[in-house]
Write a protein that binds this ligand. Structure first.
Ligand SMILES: *Cc1c(COP(=O)(O)O)cnc(C)c1O
Length: 355
């Protein structure tokens, strides 16, 4: 398809940069000056534009508001040691964007449009990429149905938008995590592997209940037996058990195939660890918490990065794991990952897309 696209660019005449406090960023509340937009109609993508971040108008009958044809991606750009911005593994997000689109019966977005839209936006708002440690520019591409039609059929028109937000660390303390064995996030044959808006709406009530009970996050379990862990709200779950890195397999299509997950599994293999992608039983984690063989546990995702799990709550019992401050594996992994992303170490897998 289209190898190059022409993007019309209208810059803001009032940048909000000077009035933005980069010392107190709340995730997803501060938006950079510009956004990218494109429309899909008559079977093709068009109207590529970068405009000042602003409200948009929409038909109240837009089908995404009724039937949930909507999904998103999340990736980050990092300020490198030499001042350039590096977008981490953009090709993986482009690929997953289209997997979500396909599952929701929405049009494919050619990868070169995905990459060019984001690279051009990051270039224009490059001063919004924070230079503070552990900070980055979170990039949120998304697509939704816009046809003004209440019939339950796929829309014929869509919008693709990219927003960006400067962000700091998502969590500031290790997480108390509840293993959820009542509610289900995704079942085999469903669309748990898609970053579909509906997956997150359906997760909010169980997550709020867990928070009211004093927990920070949930770990979802399989829909059939609630015996195997799946993943967290917006992060994959990883464990160091008996010296091996184990994480739930994604072959049942119920789990989001995280880019951070893939990154950590790759780095762990590079470091010589045994990596197992397989069903992970709650029972073996609890046994490992009791006999001390579970030496590390964390959530891995673009927004969370590596979020240490302090404790696992299961069947009226809270199991405290090893002190996160003493965990060698996740600390080493976080440093290795950050050194690549911030350009402080070589990038042997070519993960950085430099802008
Ligand atoms: C986004 C997300 C992840 C993490 O994926 P990354 O590509 O690493 O950001 C994991 N689980 C769910 C449910 C998610 O939405």
């Amino acid at each position: 398809m289209t190898a190059t696209i022409d993007i019309s660019i209208k810059k803001t005449d009032h940048s909000r940069l000077a009035e933005t406090d980069f010392n107190s960023l709340q995730f997803g509340r501060t938006f950079s000056d510009h956004m990218f937009m494109a429309d899909y109609a008559d079977g093709e993508w068009k109207n590529f534009q970068i405009v000042p971040y602003a409200e948009i108008s929409l038909s109240p009958a837009s089908s995404s508001l009724h039937y949930g044809q909507a999904f998103f991606e999340g990736l980050k750009a990092f300020k490198q040691a030499d001042g350039k911005a590096a977008i981490f593994r953009i090709d993986k997000n482009a690929e997953r964007f289209n997997k979500s689109a396909e599952r929701l019966c929405m049009p494919e977005l050619p990868e070169e449009i995905f990459i060019k839209s984001i690279a051009t936006l990051v270039d224009i708002d490059r001063d919004w990429v924070p230079s503070k440690p552990n900070h980055s520019l979170y990039i949120r591409p998304y697509m939704f149905a816009t046809e003004a039609f209440l019939g339950v059929t796929p829309s014929t028109t869509y919008k693709y938008i990219v927003l960006t937000c400067p962000v700091g660390p998502y969590f500031t303390k290790p997480l108390r995590v509840k293993i959820e064995t009542n509610y289900t996030r995704a079942a085999e044959g469903g669309y748990g592997y898609a970053k579909a808006a509906g997956n997150y709406g359906g997760a909010m009530l169980p997550a709020r209940k867990a928070m009211q009970e004093g927990f920070d996050q949930l770990i979802w379990t399989d829909a059939k037996e609630h015996k195997y862990v799946e993943e967290m709200g917006a992060a994959n779950a990883m464990f160091l058990l008996d010296g091996k890195l184990i994480t739930p397999a994604t072959d049942k299509n119920t789990i989001l195939k995280g880019v951070t997950r893939d990154t950590i599994l790759t780095l762990a293999r590079d470091m010589g660890y045994t990596v197992e992608e397989r069903p992970v039983a709650i029972a073996e984690l609890i046994a490992g918490a009791e006999n001390g063989k579970l030496t590390d546990a964390f959530g891995a995702g673009t927004a969370f990065t590596i979020a240490p799990i302090a404790s696992l709550y299961y069947k009226d019992e809270e199991y405290f794991l090893t002190d996160p401050e003493t965990r060698e594996f996740s600390k080493k992994m976080l440093k290795t990952l950050n050194d690549i992303r911030y350009g402080l170490a070589p990038d042997p897998h070519n993960w950085n897309y430099i802008v």
